[in-house]
Write a protein that binds this ligand. Structure first.
Ligand code: NAI
Length: 337
């Protein structure tokens, strides 16, 4: 039998953690033949909730589940970790300024990065879900000098999946026929969901959209005024309608992100989106953790190269990247990186 993969989940007593754990234990993230050992990291206030989830994992009788440890000790949680899902973060409290938020999260992601640096397995892969996700990933990476920076990613797969869902609805087509939507920039309201290279059943989506909406101009207006803001602000819409934040969809996207990264992009599936350190592609400053169209090949995420970027896209990518630069400069000024 195979050696279990060690998966560390932070914020395991929270909502997304609860939605993630059972899917990981059932093999939906790493495969139906891969045993997993779960390490649940919480802060002291969250330990009981995580312990309760661990009891329910036992009650799930998952054949792939090789063990569950619950701890508030970072070093123990990240010792030997292969896959790290960094979900726990400090939410913005009432009256909290951006600098306070970044500093509070720096106090979480800096030490977690250091613990990963000290204890992780050589093949460690990290995805940051806790917000501000891109900048939290940057902070963690800065504290893990021995871990290749490209192992630190942030989740924009939820934004990607939201864009797929909205485009499918607009085209009145099944979501499975759509390929090559992209999310660029920050996981925030400034993100740029880009359908300019999207296809439906292999045909360019934009002409199809124009045909449905009465021309190229109405299609462009729909993109600028409805599609882009709706995807970018979908989190707020979910809170408004559901009375609670996106949880199951966020967990599902986290599974998608790590499944594709570890297992490779499925053949013919086109690209997806993830935030990872820029290599300077598409004019995004090197080192910034920005969302790009990506493919997973040989266990590595690669930025899709050579896409034509229209003026419409350029302005929106630049605006979101400017926000990432401002966040990076702010955490630099605070001494967090
Ligand atoms: P939640 O509040 O239900 O759970 C967060 C958990 O993290 C709590 O149990 C808390 O005790 C724990 N925690 C806090 N600091 C910790 C630390 N230093 N170490 C370990 N655990 C810690 O929140 P929920 O709904 O699970 O969301 C988690 C995060 O995910 C939030 O930051 C949220 O903004 C973010 N999010 C990101 C999305 C994305 O697409 N990137 C989508 C949806 C949510």
């Amino acid at each position: 039998s195979r050696t279990p993969v060690t998966v560390t989940l932070t914020g395991a007593g929270g909502q997304i953690g609860y939605a993630l754990l059972f899917r990981i234990a059932s093999g939906q993230m790493l495969g139906a033949d891969v045993p997993v050992r779960l390490r649940l990291l919480e802060i002291p206030q969250g330990l009981r909730a995580a312990e309760g989830a661990a009891l329910e994992l036992q009650d799930g009788a998952f054949p792939l589940l090789a063990g569950v440890d619950v701890t508030d000790d970072r070093a123990a949680a990240f010792d030997g970790v292969n896959v790290a899902l960094l979900v726990g973060a400090r939410p913005r409290g009432p009256g909290m300024e951006r600098a306070d938020l970044l500093a509070a999260n720096g106090g979480i992601f800096g030490p977690q990065g250091a613990a990963i640096n000290a204890g992780a397995a050589d093949d460690v892969r990290i995805v940051v879900v806790g917000n501000p996700a891109n900048t939290n990933a940057l902070i963690a990476s800065a504290h893990a000098p021995d871990v290749p920076s490209e192992r630190f990613t942030a989740l924009t797969r939820l934004d990607h999946n939201r864009a797929l869902g909205q485009l499918a609805a607009a085209l009145d087509a099944p979501v499975g026929g759509i390929r090559n939507v992209s999310i660029w920039g920050n996981h925030s309201a400034s993100q740029y969901p880009d359908v300019s290279h999207a296809t439906l059943d292999g045909a360019p989506a934009l002409p199809l959209l124009a045909a449905r909406l009465g021309g190229a101009e109405p299609a462009e207006r729909w993109l600028a005024d409805e599609f882009i803001p709706r995807v970018a602000k979908r989190g707020a819409e979910i809170i408004e309608v559901r009375g609670s934040s996106s949880v199951a969809s966020a967990a599902s996207a986290t599974i998608d992100h790590m499944r594709d990264w570890v297992g490779g992009s499925p053949a013919g599936a086109g690209w997806t989106s993830a935030a990872l350190p820029s290599d300077g592609s598409y004019g995004v400053p090197e080192g910034l953790i920005s969302s790009f169209p990506v493919e997973s090949v040989g266990g590595q995420l690669r930025i899709v190269q050579g896409l034509e970027i229209s003026a419409f896209s350029r302005a929106r990518i630049d605006a979101s990247v400017a926000e990432l630069i401002a966040e990076r400069d702010a955490v630099r000024a605070l001494g967090l990186i």
